[in-house]
Design a protein around this ligand. Structure first.
Ligand SMILES: [Zn+2]
Length: 448
């Protein structure tokens, strides 16, 4: 409660549109500090020793190929789980992928999941952080070349594993799944299977964080060097929105407030609260040109999901046979990964997951009253039906042209009337506990 009171005082004493200040959680800061670039480096270098982690590569060898790689990842995760007091369990998420464009015969594939069960039995929320452990070179069907995939995506895999290591020893009310998935390069198969399973088994996935290519800090031909920025890609119009829902969003100017975009804004605010020298850059698109990623199947199933990727890419170090051509070196090798940068991105992911999994669930039925013509804004909502009871709520506000939330109003009730016109600003509501952990913000629906 102390933080909230301090926060309200700050709000009252600051001029309009000033930056809000929230005291970081010492427990989260401690975990953030424990994320180690040395561990991340060791994991990436180890993953490269399997020679190929191609989805169709050998599964029988103990030292090379996809089978050896996934067994090693599982064994490592089990070491972390051993320190969790029985709360973390590790499993292969096994499925048979039928023949397809980039799969020449039906093949049994395995994601590796480390599941840290939430401590609150009334809280069904699940958070997923994921990287893909498969790799490729120029020919996407070449399963047996030298395919290091150090940046794409041993970096994301190592990030997911390092977070499992640090967080296994802690407890959170909600469940966190540390995933390393297969089949991304062949067609997002591991992630698609996991998203479908989540939907079929009614998992309450509140957010999915996809980390893919998070280790390189210079642009190929532009020579831009940047070790402090990371992009977060989010969809504007929800990928699974119906025509009717799209029409409603257009009429409100809500195209920029999908649940995934609120997640992206949350990642920026929380990540920058806990990690120094890091700018989380909101990119207003689902993914880059010509590219896709493991967040897409989750978006298709209606979950909130975003993709994190380095700021400037080196395409000579993605999907390339290792070679030198006209004096240019090609290949996705570990020596070109900036491990301190991966550490920063990992720390950002950890702060987002820890803050979300510690927070109350999102408020429900958030509405903006539109029955009166007025220059004020009246919002109503209900407490979350699951998990801990919130200490209160933040009403967030921003100019319609602003990328980020600019004001946070604390209210202890489940309604608020603000002296700002609903026609001139955007609003959202998030639940907050006594220690300041915020839920994801919910963009209101009009209520007559
Ligand atoms: Zn990738």
């Amino acid at each position: 409660m102390k933080h909230l009171k301090l926060f309200i005082l700050l709000l009252l004493s600051l001029p309009a549109a000033a930056q809000t200040i929230i005291k970081p959680d010492a427990g989260i800061k401690q975990m953030v500090d424990e994320v180690s670039s040395k561990n991340i480096e060791a994991t990436i270098r180890k993953l490269v020793t399997f020679k190929s982690r191609h989805t169709l590569s050998d599964t029988t060898s103990k030292t090379t190929g996809s089978g050896a790689a996934r067994n090693w990842i599982k064994a490592e995760m089990e070491k972390y789980a051993a320190l969790s007091g029985g709360r973390m369990t590790v499993q292969f998420d096994t499925f048979t992928q039928p023949k397809g464009t980039r799969i020449d015969k039906p093949v049994k594939l395995k994601n590796v999941l480390a599941i840290l069960k939430g401590t609150d039995p009334t809280d069904t929320r699940v958070y997923i952080v994921s990287g893909h452990y498969d790799s490729r070179i120029n020919d996407v069907m070449d399963a047996n070349g030298v395919e290091p995939g150090a940046n794409d995506d041993a970096s994301g895999t190592a990030l997911s594993m390092e977070l499992a290591r640090v967080m296994a020893k802690r407890s959170f009310p909600a469940t966190i799944i540390f995933a390393t998935v297969v089949g991304e390069e062949q067609g997002l198969y591991g992630s698609a299977n996991l998203a479908k399973r989540a939907k079929t088994e009614n998992w309450n996935v509140d957010a999915m964080l996809n980390n893919d290519i998070v280790g390189n800090t210079h642009g190929m031909e532009t020579d831009l060097k940047d070790n402090r920025s990371v992009r977060v890609f989010s969809d504007g119009i929800p990928t699974n929105a119906t025509d009717k829902q799209v029409a409603a969003l257009k009429s409100l100017g809500g195209e920029n407030d999908s649940p995934s975009r609120e997640l992206a804004r949350y990642a920026k605010e929380t990540g920058e609260r806990y990690v120094d020298q890091l700018d989380v850059k909101l990119i207003y698109r689902r993914d880059r040109y010509l590219r896709g990623g493991d967040h897409l199947p989750f978006l298709e199933q209606g979950f909130s999901a975003v993709r994190f990727t380095e700021m400037n890419e080196d395409f000579n170090r993605q999907h390339q046979n290792i070679r030198t051509e006209n004096g240019v070196d090609y290949g996705d090798l570990p020596d070109f990964v900036d491990f301190n940068y991966v550490q920063k991105v990992a720390r950002m992911n950890l702060s987002v997951l820890a803050n979300l999994a510690s927070a109350p669930a999102r408020p429900q039925n958030v509405g903006i009253i539109t029955s009166d013509l007025t220059n004020k804004t009246k919002l109503t909502w209900e407490a979350p039906a699951i998990g801990k009871k919130p200490a209160g709520y933040y009403v967030l506000m921003r100019e319609t042209t602003s990328a980020f939330w600019e004001r946070k109003f604390y209210v202890s009730d489940t309604a608020a009337t603000l002296a700002y016109s609903k026609d001139n600003y955007f609003f959202a509501v998030q639940a907050v506990d006594a220690d300041g952990h915020e839920s994801l913000p919910v963009f209101p629906k009009p209520i007559r």
